[in-house]
Design a protein around this ligand. Structure first.
Ligand code: URA
Length: 198
């Protein structure tokens, strides 16, 4: 299996979408190859495109604060996005872009094998919780095989809306308990289980 570095080089050469022509940098994601916790956002914005790093603009600073609220630094977790190039004018990612980019995210997950995947916003939620509504499922955990999936609002949305801000801050505080509980459970039978603690 490729390493994350090798994968990043492949991502940097990807030209599957039109938006590849306009990028300054691809933004594959960053963090330890053996991270237990993986956060998945939507798409790079202007700052991310400039730096080639995920969540380094205002939403990223807020994500750093949220992580600090549970005693984590960003270097301890893996942070990625559903798509790896910036959509122009920060428009929403197109279905075709999500589809073209899916193999990169899937490959990252295969390498990292996180215990827990936290989706940030509706695009990454849609990948792991198809057909669900974020207002209904945010802050609840589902175990599928041996990975826990946990949906949260997107930090950029929560930055500007007080009610979402309270929700994202409360949801973030659940993560250490969910992760600890997940690690204490016996190996799961294949399939999906709603975690019962919340
Ligand atoms: N929003 C995202 O979804 N991802 C980033 O990397 C930055 C902002």
């Amino acid at each position: 299996m490729a390493t994350l570095n090798e994968l990043n080089q492949e991502i940097a050469r990807c030209l599957l979408c039109e938006i590849a022509k306009q990028r300054t940098n691809t933004v594959p994601g960053e963090g330890p190859e053996d991270a237990e916790l993986m956060f998945i956002g939507e798409a790079p914005g202007w700052h991310e495109d400039q730096q080639g790093r995920p969540f380094v603009g205002p939403a990223g600073h807020y994500l750093d604060q949220l992580l600090a609220s549970i005693g984590l630094a960003r270097r301890q977790v893996f942070i990625a996005n559903v798509i790896k190039c910036r959509p122009p004018d920060n428009r929403d990612p197109l279905p075709m872009e999500i589809q073209n980019c899916q193999k990169w995210l899937d490959h990252q997950i295969d390498i990292i094998k996180p215990r827990m995947i936290v989706t940030l916003g509706r695009y990454s939620m849609a990948k792991f919780f198809p057909g669900k509504s974020i207002s209904k499922i945010h802050g609840s955990a589902v175990r599928r095989d041996n990975t826990i999936y946990f949906a949260m609002y997107h930090p950029a949305a929560a930055l500007h809306q007080q009610s979402l801000r309270q929700a994202i801050e409360a949801d973030m505080k659940k993560i250490p308990t969910v992760l600890a509980e997940a690690k204490s459970l016996p190996e799961a039978e294949a399939g999906t289980q709603q975690l019962s603690m919340f």
